[in-house]
Design a protein around this ligand. Structure first.
Ligand code: PMP
Length: 393
């Protein structure tokens, strides 16, 4: 994995250290070129008509579905392209048939996007149980064994925390779900970009993630489904086989869930992002991020006024590290890192208010989130700057 060569593909990296990849990643030149090529040379709608432009656009748009499915070992299921993870999760929440008395099991670790769609269902008489993690974010499997029962309609679980970086034991939880006939939805927004994922092995029914966090364009996301067992959220052009004045037949496969003209340039770009990730290799990316993450954690743990959150168990983490400097607001720290050292980090509550409340962190944390293009030199500079900030306290 040649980081210097990789960095040449990301023009934004010339002047900054980009360490906010959990929010969104950057797109490499091949992705930007693919989107421009669509706009310049074959812009047209997809799945409609037979002219020369739509033939190319439809093929490339279709290819993106296949590429994404291959990346996650999901060829046997249905891969629907969505706006983002949030839309994918809401599609499942709105598309499943719920019965009064059904219960949903989730955790305090969840991003609002994998929390609010379930809490909203309380209005329909659906119960929502939230499992608390250990203080370091790790999950007690026995808490799932106690919470999941015959009334559990769905378990909604993050694969990796966007605040603490820990990877959850989804396979074990999938087995408990299967024992009780409960469906499992995994929020893979923070896993697919960073580690090899095989949806079959996770044992889930629905797997949701964001294209824009894995080198793809903004406005791209994915809902993978084992079975097409939910109702579509939108009905309209492109989603049907046949319509008469008083009836309609839905299309088979992903088309059923993609009514209306999609983000065609973005989705074609997403296909190229998948090509890029596969060329570099997910195992190489995971190894590289692990090395950087350990360096960050060791460096921060050595600083007295710095508190690092998340598990000490380093093998089950992605490249996300949250910390605070005693006596400083996270926004202040993030601002100094940006202004003083051109380092882009995230500060605040990371769309995880329940988790922040549980951890007693009303102002949230500073979050560093790494990706394939980050370097050890950037981490050295980051640590040196944080140390300098603590010296000035
Ligand atoms: N889940 C997790 C774990 C996330 O980190 C995020 C994005 N921060 C989301 C869901 C929502 O992703 P999007 O904004 O692409 O819908």
């Amino acid at each position: 994995m040649d980081i210097d060569l990789i960095r040449e593909d990301f023009p934004l990296l010339d002047n900054i250290a980009y360490l906010d990849n959990a929010a969104t990643s950057l797109s490499p030149e091949p992705v930007i070129r693919a989107m421009n090529e669509f706009e310049r040379h074959y812009r047209s709608n997809v799945g409609r008509g037979v002219h020369r432009l739509t033939t190319i656009a439809t093929q490339r748009y279709w290819d993106s579905h296949i590429k994404v499915a291959e990346l996650i070992g999901g060829e046997d299921g249905t891969t629907v392209l969505t706006k983002n993870t949030t839309e994918a999760i809401n599609m499942v929440a709105c598309g499943l048939e719920w019965h009064s008395g059904d219960n949903i099991v989730t955790t305090v670790l969840e991003h609002h996007s994998n929390f609010l769609p379930w809490v909203h269902l309380r209005k329909k008489g659906i119960g929502v149980s939230t499992i608390e993690p250990f203080p370091d974010g790790m999950i007690d499997i026995s808490a799932f064994e106690s919470a999941i029962n015959e009334n559990t309609g769905l378990v909604a679980l993050t694969h990796a925390s966007n605040v603490l970086g820990n990877v959850l034991p989804v396979k074990e939880i999938a087995s408990i779900c299967q024992e009780h006939g409960a469906r499992l939805l995994i929020d893979g927004a923070q896993s697919v970009p960073h580690i090899s994922v095989d949806v079959k092995k996770t044992g889930c029914d629905y797997f949701c993630f964001s294209g824009h966090k894995m080198l793809g364009p903004t406005g791209t996301g994915i809902l993978w489904m084992k079975e097409t067992d939910i109702d579509p959220l939108l009905l309209g052009g492109g989603a049907i086989d046949k319509v008469s004045l008083d009836s309609y037949t839905l299309a088979e496969g992903y088309q059923r869930y993609e009514a209306g003209t999609p983000n065609i340039a973005g989705m074609i770009g997403l296909g190229y992002a998948v090509d890029y990730l596969r060329k570099v290799g997910m195992d190489n990316i995971e190894r590289h991020e692990k090395k950087l993450t350990e360096k960050v954690i060791h460096g921060l743990e050595d600083m007295e006024q710095v508190h690092v959150y998340g598990p000490v168990e380093k093998s089950a983490r992605i490249g996300v590290v949250s910390f605070n400097i005693e006596g400083m607001h996270p926004h202040e720290v993030s601002h100094i890192l940006d202004e003083g050292s051109d380092m882009i980090t995230r500060s605040g509550e990371h769309c995880c208010h329940p988790l922040m409340e549980y951890m007693g962190l009303p102002n949230g944390t500073v979050r560093i989130s790494m990706y394939l293009y980050n370097t050890e030199e950037e981490i050295d500079l980051l640590l040196a700057t944080i140390e300098e900030i603590t010296r000035r306290l």
